[in-house]
Design a protein around this ligand. Structure first.
Ligand code: DAH
Length: 340
């Protein structure tokens, strides 16, 4: 009987390998496991064996049964796989090239911000983050613009329904936060982030945009330091042969205040439509930190001095890449964004 079992196992395994689809497999199952199968017969026979032969035969019969069951399960999986492949080949042309996967990229403002961080990092500036939702106190008052100060009109501000809370209209309030955090130590930080203005949206101004503020405080910082770092910045950003011009200006939080121009990157100073025939392009505002602002930040204007500056990365990118409308930046048109 043991021989019979082994022989049956061998036969069944061969038959299994030869089954080519699930229907044939089912026939196989009926044949080897069914009520009328050889195996069922063998189990019946075992009952009739003499007592001392029974355990061995029973054990072997069970082993064969388990082996067949396992082989059957495996074959089911193999045949299902083959069937699936055949179906796929019928419906899909697997030799067609795949669809290209769209790869994301950094937004042009992010790229420009990173350029700016890189340049100022070389000069020892760290990034300092300040919130977009600000107090009126930080945004205006502590920057030397008390309520009713006419300079507040320079920024058309989004106020919230909470008294004294607004969306910052510039990154300058971050100066107060940085000073209060680092006082009485020297400071060299840049403060990047979004700003908001309640303004008519046009090709030149959006209601949301980025700014990068800078602040350097120390014991002997002068206007010459401000000029040196702004010249270095504009050359690294716009090219080594750029001319830089400082113009007198006014900001309530700096004294003296300047605006920084570079010679027009399009016409080189001869005059064109981009520079409005002036030959110059404005890139940022800056100045020596006003004594009142130093005091508000906790610094003694008798010992400390410093400079501050503020620039718009979108404006800088517009100049570098000759983009003529700021609205492209945040209207999410991939045809525009993919170019950078
Ligand atoms: N906050 C100014 C603005 O939004 C830009 C600015 C000018 C920042 C002069 C400064 C500065 O720190 O010194 O127009």
């Amino acid at each position: 009987m043991l021989d019979q079992l082994d022989h049956m196992l061998e036969q069944a395994q061969k038959a299994l390998e030869n089954s080519r689809d699930l229907a044939e497999l089912d026939e196989w199952r009926v044949r080897y496991f069914g009520k009328k199968s050889e195996l069922t017969e063998i189990f019946k026979e075992i009952g009739k064996l003499p007592g001392d032969e029974r355990p061995l035969a029973g054990k072997r019969a069970n082993e064969v049964k388990t082996a067949l069951e396992r082989a059957y399960e495996e074959r089911v999986e193999v045949l299902k796989g083959l069937q699936r492949d055949a179906l796929l080949q019928e419906r899909f042309d697997v030799t067609l090239p795949g669809r290209p996967i769209d790869v994301g990229r950094l937004h042009i403002s992010t790229q420009t911000l990173r350029n700016i961080y890189g340049i100022f990092a070389k000069m020892g500036f760290q990034v300092f983050e300040a919130p977009e939702v600000e107090t009126e106190l930080n945004n205006f008052e502590l920057l030397n613009m008390p309520p009713g100060h006419p300079a507040r009109d320079m920024w058309d501000t989004f106020y919230t329904t909470r008294e004294g809370i607004l969306l910052r209209s510039h990154t300058s309030p971050g100066q107060i936060r940085a000073m209060r955090k680092y006082c009485p130590n020297p400071i060299r930080v840049i403060l990047p982030g979004k700003c908001y203005r309640y303004e008519q949206v046009s090709s030149r101004s959006d209601f949301m945009f980025y700014q990068v503020e800078g602040l350097a405080l120390g014991r002997r910082i002068t206007l010459a330091d401000l000029k040196g770092s702004m010249i270095e910045f504009s050359r690294l950003m716009f090219g080594a042969d750029r001319e830089v011009r400082f113009r007198c200006s006014y900001f309530p939080f700096t004294e003296p205040s300047v605006e920084v121009d570079i010679d027009c990157i399009l016409c080189g100073g001869k005059g064109c439509s981009v520079c409005k025939q002036t030959g110059w392009l404005e890139i940022l505002g800056a100045g020596m930190v006003h004594p009142v602002v130093l005091e508000n930040g906790g610094y003694d204007p008798g010992t400390f001095s410093g400079y501050a500056f503020g620039m718009g990365p979108e404006r800088i990118a517009m100049l570098r890449y000759r983009i003529n409308d700021i609205r492209y930046f945040f209207s999410n048109d991939l045809r525009f964004l993919r170019q950078f």
